[in-house]
Every structure is written in structure tokens, then in C-alpha cells.
Design a protein around this ligand. Structure first.
Ligand code: SF4
Length: 258
């Protein structure tokens, strides 16, 4: 089956109006091409020069300097081991296991979510279950497989009853994510959901106001695009179209980086 045909199927799974797509060849080899209606939407979305915010990820923790230096020199396997053994915040008490992240350590696209849920805690992998399947469909609509990106969370341990991460937990866990980003060196970060976006970008701005804009993270700056968490999209399927617009914006920016 040709790639474009598969993308049509995934777009349908996302609830996208595939009948509005341009000719099939427009999708070939590109991963995506805005549909006519979407193209107009996309043009109305700020991009390129619209850098909405800059966050210095290298300084985003109150952990002792010696501890940060220690982590900065760790290789990937050692970092994984360090996370697996971590007891820096009380969440270690309730976890089955830590959820480090999954995917290609050399990926150009990094996805960052909130924290493990029950299934993720059990399996040790982020974004599994129904939300994970939807995320996979979102990626595949862009012509990407899960193992071509790197997926991580703000927190590596599951908060009880899936409550929001507490600021002190985010702070304790932050240097692990910083190290992951510094190692992967993505060309683009896609923040999935309010909690991920607000903690990554150090803002309380509602997610609805962060969508459709380009932010910057770290130094050298990595472009960040914000979209809804797949679990939210399952509860609010009408928002899938907005999420698709976000993905289109992300890929437009991504292409500008390559
Ligand atoms: S959430 Fe992060 S800081 Fe807290 S115990 Fe787990 S790995 Fe350590």
C-alpha cells in the first residue's frame, strides 16, 4: 500500500475531512501537504517569525549544581539507570517502574507529554493504550512511525490517581528531561497537552492560547509547537481538527529547520 493511501486512512481515523485533500501526489514524499481549507487556516496561524517565548532549558532546575553536572556527563544508558533508581520525589513510592521514554535517541522530532498513567506505569512505556494508539495515528498521518521520534514525559513516575504533577515534582524531575533533550537534540519539540506545555515553557497560559504559535526552548533554541494531549482528544473528538492544524504547523516549521 502506498504511503499516501495509508495517510488517508490515518487522517480518517483522526476525524479529518479527507475529501478536502488535494491530489494524492501532493502527499507523496512530503509527509503532509495542507488541504485547501487547512491551507487557509495555516496561513492565518502565526509561524516563522512568531516566536512566542523562549525558555532556557539548561537552567531549569533547582537541583544542586554538583548533581546537575553529574547528570550532564552521564551517557544515555547511565541516565536511564539513574532515572530507574531515582528517589528524588515522593512519586517513587507508588510507582511500579519509571517511564524513561521511548524511540530514536537521534530523532529530529521529540514529543513531550505529562506523566505516566496506570498502563504506562505497568508497561514502562509512555503513551500506550487508547491515547497511545491515537498518538501513533497522528504520527502516521505525518508519515512517521513511533520509533522514528523520541517520546518522553515531564515526569518519569506516575502521580497517584493521575492527578496533575506538583511543582516540586516537576522541579525534581526536570533535569532528566533537560538531559534527554540535550542528548536527542531534536529539531522540533511537540508538547502534548496543557501540563507538558506549561511546564516546558514555564507559563500559565491556557493551552488554547498557545496553539498555533511557535515557541523556543533552550540554548541553542529548539522550536516548540503545542497541541492537545491525545487523551483529551479522545474525550473531545471535535478538537482533533485543531490538533491536525497543529501538526501541520509543526511539520511546516520542521521543514524550515532541515
Ligand atoms: S518523578 Fe522523577 S524525580 Fe520523582 S522519583 Fe520519579 S524519576 Fe525521580
Amino acid at each position: 500500500m502506498r504511503l499516501a493511501a495509508r495517510q488517508y486512512q490515518y487522517l480518517e481515523a483522526l476525524g479529518i475531512d479527507v475529501y478536502k485533500l488535494r491530489e494524492r501526489e501532493d502527499l507523496e514524499g512530503t509527509g503532509l501537504k495542507p488541504v485547501p481549507g487547512r491551507a487557509a487556516d495555516l496561513k492565518s496561524v502565526p509561524s516563522g517569525t512568531l516566536t512566542a517565548g523562549v525558555v532556557d532549558g539548561s537552567a531549569g532546575t533547582d537541583a544542586p549544581a554538583s548533581q546537575q553536572e553529574d547528570r550532564a556527563t552521564l551517557d544515555w544508558d547511565a541516565l536511564q539507570h539513574k532515572v530507574a533508581e531515582c528517589r528524588l520525589c515522593p512519586l517513587h513510592e507508588g510507582r511500579t517502574q519509571t517511564v524513561f521514554g521511548v524511540g530514536d535517541v537521534n530523532a529530529d522530532l521529540m514529543l513531550i507529554g505529562e506523566a505516566p498513567g496506570a498502563e504506562e506505569d505497568r508497561r514502562g512505556e509512555p503513551f500506550v493504550g487508547r491515547a497511545g494508539k491515537l498518538l501513533d495515528a497522528m504520527l502516521q498521518a505525518l508519515g512517521l512511525a513511533r520509533d522514528q521520534v523520541f517520546i518522553a514525559n515531564i515526569l518519569k513516575c506516575r502521580p497517584p490517581n493521575n492527578r496533575d504533577p506538583r511543582p516540586e515534582e516537576v522541579l525534581a524531575c526536570e533535569s532528566y528531561l533537560v538531559q534527554q533533550i540535550h542528548t536527542v537534540k531534536p529539531r522540533l519539540i511537540l508538547a502534548l497537552g496543557r501540563v507538558a506545555a506549561q511546564n516546558l515553557l514555564k507559563t500559565q497560559t491556557p493551552i488554547g492560547k498557545m496553539r498555533g504559535k511557535q515557541f523556543q526552548y533552550g540554548d541553542p533554541p529548539v522550536p516548540v509547537v503545542v497541541t492537545y494531549h491525545p487523551a483529551y482528544l479522545l474525550r473531545a473528538p471535535r478538537e482533533k481538527k485543531k490538533s491536525w492544524q497543529d501538526l501541520q504547523l509543526a511539520m511546516t516549521i520542521y521543514k524550515e529547520q532541515t
